[in-house]
Every structure is written in C-alpha cells, then in structure tokens.
Write a protein that binds this ligand. Sequence first.
Ligand SMILES: Cc1cc2nc3c(=O)[nH]c(=O)nc-3n(C[C@H](O)[C@H](O)[C@H](O)COP(=O)(O)O)c2cc1C
Length: 146
Amino acid sequence: MAKLLILYDSQTGNTERMAEAVAEGARSVQGVEVELKYYARPEELAQADAIIFGSPTYYHDITLPIKQVLEETARANVRLEGKIGAAFGSYGWSGEAPEQILEILRNRFRMKTIEPHINVLYEPKPDQLEECRKLGKTVAQNIAGE
Ligand SMILES: Cc1cc2nc3c(=O)[nH]c(=O)nc-3n(C[C@H](O)[C@H](O)[C@H](O)COP(=O)(O)O)c2cc1C
C-alpha cells in the first residue's frame, strides 16, 4: 500500500490543527496508509511515497525539530528523489518556513513538490482547514495505487 508521512511541529497548536486537517483529507483516499508524526527516522522517510511537512515560522525560520529531520535525512544519504513533497504552516508576520521547506525538498532531495504551500496567519479558519484537507487529498491521490 502507498505510504504518506505527515511530519509536523507546532508549539501553540495552530500548525497541529492544520496537520490534523491534512491527515483527514489524505485518509479520505482509499489505498493510502497515512501516518501523522512529530519525528521520523531517515529510513521512515525512505519508505514513504510522499512526505508532507508542517512547520510554523519562528525567528524567520523552519523550527528545529523539522530541521533536524531534514538534516538527519540528508546526512544519512537517504534518496528521496522523485517522491512527492508538500509543506504547510502557521505564521505571525513573515511566514518563511513552508517555502523554505519546499526549497529544500526540491533542491536538496530532488523531490516533486506540490505547490503552492499553505501558510496560515495564526489560527486556521474553517476555509483554511478545508484547504489543508484538499492538500492532503491531492497528495494521497497522487500516490494511491503505488
Ligand atoms: C518567539 C516567537 C518568534 C516568532 N517568530 C516569527 C517569525 O519570525 N515570523 C513569523 O511569521 N511568525 C513568527 N512567530 C509567530 C508564530 O509563527 C505564530 O504564532 C504561529 O501561529 C505559531 O504556530 P504554532 O501554534 O503551530 O506553533 C513567532 C512567535 C514567537 C512566540
């Protein structure tokens, strides 16, 4: 069965609500195993067909737990080339994290990214949670049947 990994960090719960909506959308697609986690080892990323990253923006940056997963995966020389990647997150004023994640997925790991990323100002509203569900569904549909 195709595997979709959703990895996220959230310090005050906003990105977490988005992550749950992404997972809900993905789980509406048959034939895809969806895992929602804070952390995964490089081998788990290698086993996934698609990976969606969620990070809020803190200090104009991706947060440390998500950076750590990306760093560990790069250092382990895990090949993610050709896998599907996407990104989302909550922010307060500048919101760099999701775009930075996509850049890393494209340039460092040669993943195929689903664009645009989703950036939500503070708490996600119902229409923004719906966008998150759609992102999860789109990514899951891309790998269903693999
Ligand atoms: C110490 C601190 C630093 C922050 N730095 C940024 C920042 O550089 N840019 C930005 O857009 N938002 C920044 N924020 C706002 C957070 O991204 C925002 O509160 C977001 O909703 C947090 O998401 P979370 O609930 O998933 O942790 C900062 C918030 C705090 C408390």
